[in-house]
Design a protein around this ligand. Structure first.
Ligand code: MF3
Ligand code: CO
Length: 257
């Protein structure tokens, strides 16, 4: 069941999103050769808590038996890591790319966003992948309007990415968001069959293309969280929480890249 947010609920989601964006500003600033992903995690956690909010991801339950609850406040996925990289003692190196995914919970509502940042000087290929991943989100939300359907968003993301010679990850998808971090509907970034709801005013959606430079196949590491590309190619991620309105969609978690 897809719930639609009232105007006052959207105002609460804006508060959550504002804290998220301000955390992203600090993270973007901190991403440099030498910093560890755990240090980035602490920057995010401290900023979120200082603002009276809670990191949405911390303690999130894994669907896998025996896996630990998510131990970070951000996901920090470097180079061939697609999503859910666990913050740790890995220091970033010049030329790396890092996808940072962050969720904030306050006043009963979550917001969720991701960016892929360059570390120092990166290759043109890496920059092109980052740019295309971001642009695919914007191609997708051109269809995030009343009367279109979820699959219109999905298809436009996929067509843009495949037109650039990249591939769209199939195993992870975007989602509705609100009082729960993951609500209906699922939002694949590729054309799919099956339930394909029509978009309505007040829907809150986290749209999050995950794009591989090589094939779309991924594998899960033994920590049961970190997802990497099967062919070791680079991967980028870009995500925003948006609201479908009677006019253009509103991006609640807009900018810092
Ligand atoms: N943006 C991701 C998602 O929508 C982040 C989840 S990380 C987790 O699923 F740890 F919370 F699972
Ligand atoms: Co998400």
């Amino acid at each position: 069941m897809i719930n639609r947010k009232t105007n006052s609920e959207i105002e609460l989601m804006k508060k959550s999103s504002d804290i998220l964006v301000n955390a992203l500003i600090r993270l973007k600033e901190a991403v440099k050769p030498g910093i560890t992903t755990l240090e980035l995690d602490k920057i995010a956690e401290q900023y979120i808590r200082k603002n009276g909010a809670i990191p949405s991801f911390l303690g999130y339950k894994s669907p896998y038996r025996g896996a630990i609850d998510y131990p970070g406040s951000i996901c920090a996925s470097v180079n061939n890591e697609v999503v859910h990289g666990i913050p740790g003692l890995r220091a970033l190196k010049d030329g790396d790319i890092i996808s940072i995914d962050i969720g904030v919970y306050i006043n009963g509502f979550h917001s969720d966003a991701a960016r892929t940042f360059p570390v120092g000087n990166i290759s043109q290929q890496a920059q092109d992948l980052i740019d295309a991943t971001k642009q695919s989100f914007y191609e997708g939300i051109k269809n995030a309007v009343v009367g279109k359907r979820i699959c219109d968003i999905s298809t436009s993301i996929q067509e843009y990415i495949e037109g650039k010679g990249y591939s769209i990850v199939r195993d992870y998808v975007g989602h509705g968001i609100g009082r729960d971090m993951h609500e209906d509907p699922q939002i694949p970034n590729y054309k799919f069959r099956g339930a394909n709801p029509r978009l309505e005013q007040g829907m809150a959606l986290a749209i999050e293309p995950m794009v591989n430079a090589g094939s779309y196949n991924v594998k899960l590491l033994e920590n049961k969280w970190t997802v990497v590309t099967l062919d070791n190619s680079l991967s980028a991620h870009y995500e925003n929480t948006i609201i479908v309105t009677d006019d253009e969609p509103v991006i609640l978690t807009g900018t810092p890249e």
